[in-house]
Design a binder for this molecule. Structure first.
Ligand code: SDX
Length: 392
C-alpha cells in the first residue's frame, strides 16, 4: 500500500519504478507534487517555489526561496563560446533540436561536475540547468528570427528574464507585462512534473547508466519533442487551423476522427493515465479564457470550446475515456503571448525541467527508485538452424 492507493501485485510488476515525487490518480483526475494538490500550487505558489519543492522535497522558507532565486540569477549567463554554437544551425532548425543539442553542448563546459555520485556536482549542475535553459531557449528563438541575442538582466526573476531575452529589444527598456509573466509562470507550474511520462522515463533510463545530468536532460528533450507527447500543443493549433480553414465544420472533423480517416486524431485529447479530465487542462482552460478574452474575441478559442463540447457529449470519446489533456488549450495561450508554434514544446521543456531534475536526483540517490533494465515478451521465431545462401 502506498499513499492513498494499494497497488495490486500485477500493477507493481508492470510499474517502471517507485518514486516519492509526483502522485497521479488517473481515474479521479488527481495530481500532486510532493503531496501538494496541483490546484493549490497553481493558485498559491510560483514556478520558482514549485521547482524548489520538486527538487528538494519541501516548500522553501522565505529565506531559502530568496537564496535559490539569487543563485539562479547568478547563473543565467551562458559561457560566451556557447554563442558560436547557435550560428551552426540552419535558421529554420526546430528550436527543440537546438535546445537538446545546446544542453548537451553546455555540459561539455562543465566536465568537472559530471559525477552523478558527487552531491556538489549534481547540485551545481541543477542550478546551471535551471538558470540557463531559459537563456538557451530564448537564443534558439532569437536566432530563428534573425534577431540579436540579449544578455540576461538579473533584476528579473527566471520567468521575467526569459520574456526579456525572448521579446526584448537591445535599444529600449523592456516593458514587462506582469499578467503575461504571471500566466507563463502558472503554465510552467502545471508542466513541472508528471511522474513517469515518456520524457521523464527517458531521463531516468539514460541517467540509470550514470550518464551525467546534462546528457540525461538532453535525451529527455528529444523524447518530449514527439507529437504524441510534448509536441501535441503545437499539433492542436495546427488541427484548429485546419478545421477553421475548411469552413469550421466541427461535426465533420469529429466524424473523420471517429472513422480514423487518414489517421486523424483529436490532438490534445486522451491520456495514457488520465481516464478523466486532466486537472491541469481545467486550470489552463480557465487561464485561456482570462487571457484571450482580454485580447479580444479569439475564433480559434471558440472553435476549441465547440470541439471540446462536441467530443465530451459523443459516445465515441466518452466510451474511450478521452478527455482534454494539458495540451488542448496551452497552444492558444502561447500563441496569444506572441510565441510561434514551434516554440510551444520548448516552453513545455522549460516547465518540465525541475521535474526531470528531481526525478534524476531521486534515481541517483535512491537505487530503489531506479528503472531497471526493461525486459520483453519474446514473440519471434523459436531456434532455427543456419542454412547456406545456396540452399535459401
Ligand atoms: C502529454 O504521460 C504523460 O503524463 C504525458 C503528459 C505529461 O505531462 O508528460 O501528460 C503530456 O503527452 C499529454 C498527451 C498529449 N498527446 C496528445 O494529445 C496526442 C493525442 N492523444 C493520443 O495520441 C492518445 O490519447 C495518447 C497517446 C495520449 C494516449 O493514448 P491511450 O490512452 O494509450 O489510448 P490508445 O492509443 O491506446 O487508444 C485507445 C483508443 C483507440 O481507439 P480504438 O482502437 O479503441 O478504436 O482511443 C483512441 C484510439 O484510436 N484514441 C483517440 C485519441 N487518443 C486515443 N482517438 C482520437 N483522438 C485521440 N486523441
Amino acid at each position: 500500500t502506498t499513499g492513498d492507493t494499494t497497488l495490486d501485485v500485477g500493477f507493481v510488476n508492470t510499474a517502471s519504478c517507485q518514486s516519492a515525487i509526483t502522485y497521479i490518480d488517473g481515474d479521479a483526475g488527481i495530481l500532486r507534487y510532493r503531496g501538494y494538490p496541483i490546484d493549490q500550487l497553481a493558485e498559491k505558489s510560483s514556478f520558482l517555489e514549485t521547482s524548489y519543492l520538486l527538487i528538494y522535497g519541501e516548500l522553501p522558507s522565505a529565506q531559502q526561496l530568496a537564496e535559490f532565486d539569487q543563485r539562479l540569477r547568478r547563473h543565467t549567463l551562458l559561457v560566451e563560446d556557447m554563442k558560436n554554437f547557435f550560428d551552426g544551425f540552419p535558421r529554420d532548425a526546430h528550436p527543440m533540436s537546438v535546445l537538446s543539442s545546446a544542453v548537451s553542448a553546455l555540459g561539455t563546459f562543465y566536465q568537472d561536475s559530471h559525477d552523478p555520485h558527487d552531491p556538489e556536482a549534481v547540485e551545481i549542475s541543477t542550478i546551471r540547468l535551471m538558470a540557463k535553459l531559459p537563456t538557451i531557449a530564448s537564443y534558439a528563438f532569437r536566432k530563428s528570427q534573425g534577431q540579436s541575442l540579449l544578455y540576461p538582466d538579473n533584476d528579473f526573476n527566471l520567468v521575467e528574464n526569459f520574456l526579456w531575452m525572448t521579446f526584448g529589444q537591445p535599444t529600449e527598456q523592456y516593458d514587462l507585462d506582469p499578467d503575461l509573466a504571471k500566466a507563463l509562470d502558472l503554465l510552467f507550474i502545471l508542466h513541472a512534473d508528471h511522474e513517469q511520462n515518456c520524457s521523464t522515463s527517458t531521463v531516468r533510463l539514460v541517467g540509470s547508466s550514470e550518464a551525467n545530468l546534462f546528457s540525461s536532460i538532453s535525451a529527455g528533450i528529444h523524447a518530449l519533442s514527439g507529437p504524441l507527447h510534448g509536441g501535441a500543443n503545437s499539433a492542436v493549433l495546427e488541427m484548429l487551423g485546419k478545421i477553421q480553414s475548411s469552413g469550421g465544420d466541427v461535426a465533420e472533423f469529429v466524424r473523420k476522427v471517429k472513422n480514423k480517416e487518414d489517421g486523424v486524431k483529436l490532438m490534445g485529447f486522451g491520456h495514457r493515465v488520465y481516464k478523466n479530465y486532466d486537472p491541469r487542462a481545467a486550470i489552463v482552460k480557465k487561464t485561456a479564457h482570462e487571457l484571450l478574452a482580454k485580447a479580444g474575441q479569439n475564433p480559434l478559442l471558440d472553435l476549441a470550446m465547440e470541439l471540446e463540447q462536441t467530443a465530451l457529449e459523443d459516445d465515441y470519446f466518452v466510451e474511450r475515456k478521452l478527455y482534454p489533456n494539458v495540451d488542448f488549450y496551452t497552444g492558444l495561450i502561447y500563441e496569444s503571448m506572441g510565441f510561434p508554434s514551434n516554440m510551444f514544446t520548448v516552453l513545455f521543456a522549460i516547465g518540465r525541467l525541475p521535474g526531470w531534475i528531481a526525478q534524476y536526483r531521486e534515481m541517483i540517490t535512491d537505487p530503489a527508485t531506479k528503472i531497471g533494465r526493461p525486459r520483453q515478451v519474446y514473440v519471434g521465431e523459436s531456434e532455427r538452424r543456419y542454412v547456406s545462401a545456396e540452399q535459401r
